[in-house]
Write a protein of this length. Structure first.
Ligand SMILES: [Fe+2]
Length: 138
């Protein structure tokens, strides 16, 4: 629901197949959410590109599940992680959650799939934001 919010909040705009540089929407998304959401959510957003690069390096079946847009941006984002990057990624306490979000992301890229609307998730988002503001765990 939130992981690509950085496409709409950064100065670089949304993805285009003509892009020749990474627009760092992962970092932009984490930055815009950080004041309002708990670290696990912020890190899943911030790490969702890294999780793609991680999965491409560690799961031989994963690359075949990428959309054409994700294959294109993978090359702009540095390609699959090397062994050093994999080890560094695994040090993040939220890396497993970020991988889970990434796998859900690939599963959701089905044209014409029936989904709930953004409005349906507003009460959940409001509850998480309110609990975070009150210092309570989500
Ligand atoms: Fe993304």
């Amino acid at each position: 629901l939130l992981h690509d919010i950085g496409h709409y909040t950064s100065e670089f705009g949304t993805y285009s197949p003509e892009d020749v540089e990474d627009k760092h929407h992962d970092e932009a998304g984490g930055e815009v959410l950080a004041p309002f959401f708990p670290p696990v959510i912020v890190e899943c957003v911030r790490l969702h590109v890294a999780a793609k690069r991680y999965l491409c390096a560690t799961d031989p079946t994963y690359f075949g599940r990428l959309s054409p847009a994700s294959v294109h941006t993978l090359s702009l984002q540095g390609g699959p992680m090397n062994a050093e990057e994999v080890a560094e990624f695994r040090k993040n306490p939220f890396h497993e959650e970020a991988v889970r979000v990434r796998i859900w992301d690939e599963s959701g890229k089905i044209a014409n799939m029936k989904t709930r609307t953004f409005r349906d998730y507003v009460p959940l988002l409001q509850r998480v934001v309110t609990q975070f503001a009150a210092g309570k765990p989500a």
